[in-house]
Write a protein that binds this ligand. Structure first.
Ligand SMILES: NC(=O)c1ccc[n+]([C@@H]2O[C@H](COP(=O)([O-])OP(=O)(O)OC[C@H]3O[C@@H](n4cnc5c(N)ncnc54)[C@H](OP(=O)(O)O)[C@@H]3O)[C@@H](O)[C@H]2O)c1
Length: 346
């Protein structure tokens, strides 16, 4: 199977490292062979090699801040033509999130699907802004559109509902899905100032490039739409989410409530209201024992289902390895589907 990456930042590089280690071992044990035939970036050039790129060399070059262009084999690729040229079966779309429009990631996914590639993304933009049309396109083309990493990194959320809850309808969800605000609110409870807590979240690499996307609830709103649209069949846009962030919360109030056993968290909630799904994001004061009141940057999601009541998943402090695993689990799911198809056809 030939893999291509659009984006080779934190997530793409960690995924590539793990492909050379434990993921490679799993693939070998399953009798699967993969090679990465192309990588395109924003400011670090691109490389295509139909025989398979040397991932160690790609990692080293980007790690030194150098361009990948020197590893490219074949004719030069005009700007915007990477997907037309790369000989690949699966595209990993791992470019940055634009929480206001979901672009250019949505356009990348659409183009790859229309060219007959399976698409795996950790970018919630395409899922929040264009899930239905991308899913429909994938079905018409007979390929997969998978996005487990878009919400809660490698914790199965979409796969949980798709594979483990057959026959259920999701009536509602409620979660703390933005690790920056959970981290910042935990620090405010300890007496830190907002600016110091945000600076630390940036240093730890958990904050979005523009932290106001976290603090003002945009990131949570985009995740809420992804959940509403995939798990509940909605078509909610981030601009339709009732959104209140944490910037207006007074640190003194957070500190005082912490002393009384309460934790503030930025909650995202989706609920069926007649034929519509209402999504809202708001700061909530939770008793310390509440399943959503985890410590530090923990994330949690509760699902109200039609047949098994309320169930939940928890992520203890998300790391980049968990996001890389989401990509890997989607790759394995595609391989399983292809094997199943071959078995049925034979
Ligand atoms: N980091 C996490 O823990 C995490 C968790 C869950 C989901 N995600 C999602 O995963 C995605 C990737 O995250 P990340 O942390 O790896 O981001 P990142 O470190 O900022 O890397 C983004 C990569 O995309 C490249 N890029 C930017 N614009 C591009 C374009 N138009 N065409 C091709 N490549 C382009 C960048 O290239 P240059 O650097 O050369 O400009 C860089 O290689 C994001 O959507 C993010 O929301 C991340």
């Amino acid at each position: 199977m030939r893999l291509a990456f659009l984006g080779f930042g934190n997530v793409g590089r960690r995924f590539a490292e793990l492909l050379g280690g434990p993921y490679g071992e799993v693939l070998r044990a399953r009798g699967e062979k993969v090679r990465v035939t192309g990588i395109a970036t924003g400011r670090h050039g691109l490389a295509i090699d139909p025989r398979g790129l040397d991932l160690g060399a790609c990692l080293a070059r980007v790690g030194r801040g150098e361009s990948l262009d020197a590893l490219h084999r074949g004719r030069p690729v005009p700007k915007g033509a990477f997907l037309d040229r790369v000989p690949a079966d699966v595209l990993f779309e791992i470019t940055p999130l634009d929480p206001r429009r979901g672009e250019p990631a949505t356009a990348h996914c659409r183009k790859a699907l229309s060219l007959g590639l399976h698409v795996v993304t950790a970018n919630k933009g395409p899922v929040a802004f264009a899930y239905r049309s991308l899913r429909g396109l994938a079905e018409r083309k007979g390929v997969s559109f998978r996005h487990e990493g878009a919400v809660m990194d490698g914790v199965p959320v979409f796969n949980l509902v798709e594979r483990c809850l057959p026959g259920n309808r999701i009536h509602a969800f409620r979660g703390t899905l933005n690790s920056t605000t959970s981290h910042v609110l935990s620090r405010l409870a300890e007496g830190w100032t907002l600016s110091r807590a945000v600076a630390e979240a940036k240093r730890l690499g958990i904050a979005e490039a523009d932290p106001s996307n976290d603090l003002d609830g945009w990131d949570a709103a985009v995740k809420g739409c992804a959940l509403a649209n995939v798990l509940m069949g909605g078509s909610v846009r981030p601009s339709e989410v009732r959104r209140r962030g944490i910037s207006g919360l007074l640190p003194a109030r957070v500190r005082r409530d912490a002393r009384q056993g309460f934790r503030w968290r930025l909650v995202v909630e989706g609920r069926r209201r007649g034929r519509k799904i209402a999504v809202r994001v708001f700061p909530a004061r939770l008793p310390a024992g509440d399943p959503l009141a985890g410590s530090g940057g923990d994330a949690a999601l509760l699902l109200e289902t039609s047949l098994v009541g309320t169930i939940g998943v928890l992520e203890g402090g998300g790391t980049i390895d968990q996001t890389a695993y989401a990509l890997f689990s989607d790759l394995l799911a595609i391989q399983d589907l292809l094997r199943e198809g071959v078995r049925r056809a034979s």
